[in-house]
Design a protein around this ligand. Structure first.
Ligand SMILES: NC(=O)c1ccc[n+]([C@@H]2O[C@H](COP(=O)([O-])OP(=O)(O)OC[C@H]3O[C@@H](n4cnc5c(N)ncnc54)[C@H](OP(=O)(O)O)[C@@H]3O)[C@@H](O)[C@H]2O)c1
Length: 246
């Protein structure tokens, strides 16, 4: 692995190791780049068949191939890591998301910063107020996807419940609808879906990844489940203009 001794002095990640579980996906690859830019030594876990998606950074990171819910793989990958970023995905009906979360909670070193990704549909305290479109998607798409054994949203809910119940130094970042495009800067966040600042329900994926990486350095986000939205979306701009009185 390339050392980050020289030009990286003064960067927040210098001398620190970050593991990215689910590094080959769209969000994961953006996170890898942000982490390298911030001076972290990066270890990435991804399915064996997907290692090629990390070819452009293969000489700058350590790639550990394997299922992200494989406890041995995770235990090896998170060894010595100061931070672990985990992409929680509800694929299949074999408890993939909860298995992944549990493996990270069990094997990350005590005191490590843990940051997990999920969608707005996850609620920490039941005080979120959802747009009808999201309610429909969860009510209709959720059971259908489970029926055809494609996706198990309930398991992503269970994964987050385990994180919320843990004493680890966690943050669960709840993403709005995502889009590709150039960065708009660090997304803004709020504790509850339904808060006016979030109304635009749109975030650039590259910025979601940046929020995940920078959350590691922000202790104010420990034990928070921020719901995020793009910094330049109309609702975020309106909120900034009115100082939150909109
Ligand atoms: N998409 C959205 O609009 C949206 C909205 C809000 C929040 N989020 C959250 O953002 C995060 C990233 O989501 P994304 O949609 O942007 O996807 P993504 O970054 O492309 O990530 C998908 C991940 O799932 C893995 N994966 C795909 N098929 C799989 C399978 N059958 N079994 C096991 N793993 C599989 C991928 O691994 P490979 O590289 O090996 O395929 C990749 O690591 C998730 O936590 C999601 O809940 C997404």
């Amino acid at each position: 692995m390339e050392s980050n001794v020289t030009g990286d002095v003064g960067k927040p990640g210098t001398g620190k190791r970050m593991c990215i579980i689910g590094a080959s996906g769209k969000l994961g690859r953006y996170m890898v780049h942000h982490a390298l830019d911030r001076g972290y030594e990066v270890v990435g876990v991804c399915r064996e068949r997907s290692t090629g998606k990390l070819a452009d950074v293969a000489d700058r990171i350590t790639v550990i191939p394997g299922a992200t819910d494989d406890r041995e793989v995770v235990s090896h990958a998170v060894e010595g890591c100061d931070a672990v970023l985990t992409v929680l995905v509800p694929f299949g009906v074999d408890h993939y998301a909860s298995g992944t979360a549990q493996a990270v909670l069990d094997h990350a070193r005590p005191g490590a910063r843990l940051v997990f990704s999920c969608g707005w549909h996850i609620s920490r305290d039941g005080r979120d107020v959802y747009p009808w479109k999201l309610r429909m998607e969860v009510a209709v798409f959720g059971p259908l996807a489970k029926l055809i054994r494609f996706v198990d949203v309930d398991d992503q809910v269970e994964a987050c419940r385990r994180v919320f119940d843990s004493d680890a130094r966690w943050t669960v970042v709840r993403g709005s609808d995502l889009e590709e495009g150039d960065s708009q800067g660090l997304p803004v966040w709020s504790r509850h879906v339904g808060d006016p600042v979030l109304a635009s329900n749109r975030t650039r994926r590259v910025d979601y990844a940046r929020f995940m990486v920078e959350a590691v350095e922000n202790d104010a986000l420990i034990h928070e489940a921020p719901a995020i939205v793009g910094r330049l979306t109309p609702s975020a701009l309106a909120h900034a203009r009115t100082g939150g009185r909109s």
